[in-house]
Design a protein around this ligand. Structure first.
Ligand code: FUB
Ligand code: ZN
Length: 620
């Protein structure tokens, strides 16, 4: 992970993704928080009122995530005065709502003050505080001298004081049903040099999955105020407590499959890597096994994860329906977080490939080009009945995608003393942690063909550049020497870098055709197309008919035009028709019309009106 304040994003593709949020999306989301009572909840607590909480018990987290996104927005565009005013207003609200002892949660404080931490499995108090700590850390990292940021960091300290005084060895044995706090404690702990925050995060990770589970006790007595039927149903699927839903079934180091709720899982694994790094062989082994299970049998071609709404998570291997895919935007985001961490720590391109797949497909499809309509679920096929929404009652995804897009360069790579690693080819300036030097990367992710790296100042000798597996060829040039590079590997360069030197990378890109494992039944007889990191789809809007009526050939594939600067593909096929209009008839009545079909990146589907769409099309 890269420290955001030491970066400048220059990549035209990603600047174009940030712009709608800066111009409109952030303020739109604030307005939504206002209209839905999310801000009012904080005001009421600040005024000492009781009752009247509006919305879900975890709605505070949306305000925190939006605040974090707005702080990133100020990094991207420091003169964004209207957003600065909203940031200041948010800080006022949060400062007013934090309790004397550092506890903060508007749902509990307004309506259930006796129920603090009684329902750790379900009520998300620690999850919400985790998101608050992320915002506090973002403020302390990006704007340490601003008065509002100092106030927010103080709130963060107060919250951490409260948490370490409440949970941990010899105190409450507890952690949150929805992981997030683990990551946040590391981030805030590192920023504020608080070893107690780091220890608490590690302890929560270690405790999870041990027996007796703190969740089990609170979920077994239906007459107790801490009983929650929904969570009972989710955690006692077999009649016995199993905890798979929230990854509380076994200790982390014993896991070998990905189970339960998708966002919780990937946040958990990200937090574990932040806490333990690569120093722990058993953890590494477990995370690699879980990752393998996910990416080899439970992930969509878009990087979407969690195929069912039933648990917002995982089912069984190869169960990847297209039209009913859940593939929550937050889950895609959480996979980028986890993949970038695995890719950095283990220096393995494979993890970056997956993080990129998710980011450029299943995550980007979560928002429209205007930055103010969002997908919660990201189906891979549509009959014209799905479209993005301005907001949701459970609105975790909109502020999550805002914070990820506005800080996308955080996920592009990693520094250590020996090297700079660029895992995602995103153009920008990346300053070293000691501030002594920088790598300036020129390139445009939309076309992904040419990148140039120029060193500045004093830099570690190592430079690792991911050569993506989607490249059909790769050529590098450094100090006049030309190298032929292997797609799907790192280009490792070790030298003393002089200012004025230049590293050049040229990628060949050819469209790719995909099919699926035979056990993904729904995709049998179907193919999909991609170009560079972008998975493509077909929309009725371009075809003039539903893609479901078409069968296409694997080739030839030509390039024709672009969408948001990303090349489009053209393939050939036939469209089914019938002589009669009867619902059923003889196959002899069939007619086939030749068609030329233009694709577009799945990331940008549903931007021209509701219509039918398909990624996996029938093969001719
Ligand atoms: O529970 C908080 C968030 O809301 C989760 O991460 C999402 O899956 C949605 O349930
Ligand atoms: Zn979400």
């Amino acid at each position: 992970m890269i420290f955001l304040p030491q970066t400048t994003l220059t990549d035209p593709f990603w600047n174009a993704r940030q712009k709608p949020f800066l111009e409109n999306g952030l303020r739109h989301q604030w307005q939504m928080c206002q209209e839905t009572g999310r801000l009012e909840n904080f005001r009421r607590v600040a005024l000492g009122q009781t009752g009247g909480h509006q919305g879900y018990y975890y709605n505070d987290s949306d305000v925190y995530k939006l605040l974090e996104a707005m702080i990133y927005g100020l990094h991207a565009s420091p003169n964004l005065t209207p957003v600065l005013h909203l940031v200041e207003e948010a800080v006022d609200l949060i400062e007013g709502a934090v309790q004397e002892d550092g506890y903060i949660n508007t749902f509990i404080t307004l309506g259930k003050p006796d129920r603090r931490y009684a329902r750790l499995a379900s009520e998300h108090e620690l999850y919400c505080m985790g998101h608050l700590l992320e915002a506090c850390a973002a403020a302390g990292e990006s704007c340490p001298k601003e008065a509002w940021a100092k106030r927010l960091v103080s709130v963060g300290h107060k919250v951490v004081d409260h948490l370490v005084a409440t949970f941990g060895p010899g105190q409450v044995k507890g952690y949150c049903g929805h992981q997030e706090l683990e990551m946040a404690l590391v981030r805030f702990g590192k920023l504020s040099r608080r070893s107690d925050a780091l220890s608490l995060g590690r302890w929560m990770i270690e405790e999870r999955g041990s027996r007796p589970s703190p969740f089990e006790a609170s979920l077994t007595d239906p007459s107790s105020p801490s009983f929650d039927q929904t969570y009972f149903d989710r955690c006692f699927v077999t009649g016995q407590y199993d905890g798979q839903y929230c990854q509380d079934h076994v200790p982390l180091r014993e896991m070998d499959q990905i189970v339960g709720h998708a966002v919780r899982a990937c946040y958990f694994f990200s937090g574990a890597l932040d806490s333990f790094g690569d120093s722990d062989p058993a953890l590494k082994k477990a995370l690699k096994a879980v990752w393998q299970n996910l990416t080899e049998s439970r992930m969509y071609i878009t990087g979407g994860i969690g195929s069912t709404a039933a648990n917002e998570g995982f089912t069984s291997d190869y169960d990847l329906p297209n039209r009913s895919a859940y593939a929550e935007t937050c889950a895609g985001i959480s996979l980028v977080m986890w993949g970038a961490r695995m890719g950095s720590l283990f220096e393995d391109v494979h993890y970056w490939e997956v993080a990129e797949k998710s980011l450029y497909n299943g995550v980007l499809s979560g928002v429209n080009l205007g930055g103010d309509l969002y997908n919660y679920v990201n189906p891979l096929e549509c009959y014209g009945d799905h479209t993005r929404q301005p907001w949701f009652a459970c609105a975790c995804c909109p502020p999550n995608i805002a914070r990820m897009i506005l800080s996308v360069q955080r996920y592009a790579g990693d520094w250590n003393d020996a090297r700079f690693l660029l895992g995602l080819l995103i153009g920008g300036s990346y300053r070293s942690p000691d501030g002594m030097g920088a790598w300036n990367v020129e390139g445009d992710s939309a076309t992904g063909k040419e990148f140039a790296f120029t060193p500045e100042g004093v830099l570690p000798q190592g430079l690792l550049i991911r050569i993506p597996s989607w490249a059909s060829s790769a050529r590098g040039k450094v100090a006049g020497e030309v190298f032929s590079l292997e797609p799907g590997s790192f280009w490792r360069i070790e030298r003393n870098w002089d200012p004025g030197e230049r590293v050049e990378l040229e990628l060949g890109i050819k469209p790719k055709v995909w099919d699926s494992h035979p056990s993904v039944w729904e995709n049998q007889g179907r193919i999909a197309f991609s170009h560079g990191p972008f998975v493509h789809c077909f929309e009725e809007f371009d075809l003039g008919f539903a893609p479901q009526e078409m069968a296409v050939s694997q080739g030839p594939i030509s390039m024709s035009g672009s969408f948001e600067g990303v090349p489009r593909l053209q393939v050939f096929g036939v469209r089914a028709g019938r002589a009669s209009n009867a619902l059923y008839g003889s196959p002899l009545d069939r007619s086939l019309t030749e068609v030329t079909a233009s694709s577009l990146p799945y990331a940008f589907w549903d931007n021209r009106g509701k219509n039918r769409m398909q990624i996996w099309v029938r093969e001719r």
